[in-house]
Write a protein that binds this ligand. Sequence first.
Ligand code: PMT
Length: 295
Amino acid sequence: MAAFASFHAEAGRKVVLITSGGTKVPLESRTVRFLDNFSSGRRGASSAEYFIDSGYAVIFLHRHRSLYPYTRMFLTINMLDALEFQGGGAPGNTGEVVVNQQVLPNIAKVLKRYEEVKKSRLLLPIEFSTLSEYLHLLKAAAQALSKIGSKAMFYLAAAVSDFYIPASEMPEHKIQSSNGPLQLSMKMVPKILSPLVKEWAPQAFVISFKLETDASILLDKARRALDTYRHQAVVANVLDSRRGYVVVVTLETQAELILTEEDVKNEVEIEERIVIGTDSCYSDPKSSAYQRHIP
Ligand code: PMT
């Protein structure tokens, strides 16, 4: 991560670390069961594409098997339905496999872009599964990115568990249902934003996310996070409307980003708006990107 960051910073590029997907919290040391959450990783994966389009190099710290930039568009398709086997009748002729572009719409365009990105080494994927892997890798990433100072951005879209069972309190073997109903006591996960902003990467531009299911407490929680951690922005969203509506809160401003029906028809994604606004705000803090106040 440090080599990737220095390589791109020396080439004059900004580097963003995107966290994406949910975390897994094991209930047993030889894990059979774990607690998880809803996050698909779509926010992180699509934002990675828009950041690359805006000239950034991206470290993509994502949950194993969550959505991934570029391939995310084809995840619901059975690969074997998209391929056709041709020829192969004669002995020694292994035939050819061709892509059915009707089953994989836009595949040529997406593949071309993916190859360009790979060739330019603009995307560094790093995987985590458990909460402890996430915490360890985020700290390592922050320390690697601190070397490029204000050229680094953190875009923390992952849905990280707030609760865990410490290794010392975890049963080694599978919890037995014959012991009756299960009662769990979980410890609080330390809030990582505090050391990230204050110690690990104090010069970086940090955007956190806040998700609630109760819209009436969302903005208050977002503002409280900014007051507590003093980072640059919080993207606030509600579970059910998160694909079409977010509020970006900074210390001085608050702006709604909304997709209209027309946007949805044209397949515009809200992440494009979030990334464009974030980039303007980062490149020029006085920019009007997030200046629209809500009364
Ligand atoms: O993946 P999708 O299905 O597309 O959904 C996207 C999303 C809803 C998950 C995303 O938009 C989002 O809101 N992510 C943050 C969820 C949340 O409420 O996080 P939080 O309140 O637990 O944490 C606040 C911030 O600190 C988050 O940016 C989180 O990534 C970060 N955090 C939290 C705890 C912790 N120990 N470490 C952290 O880095």
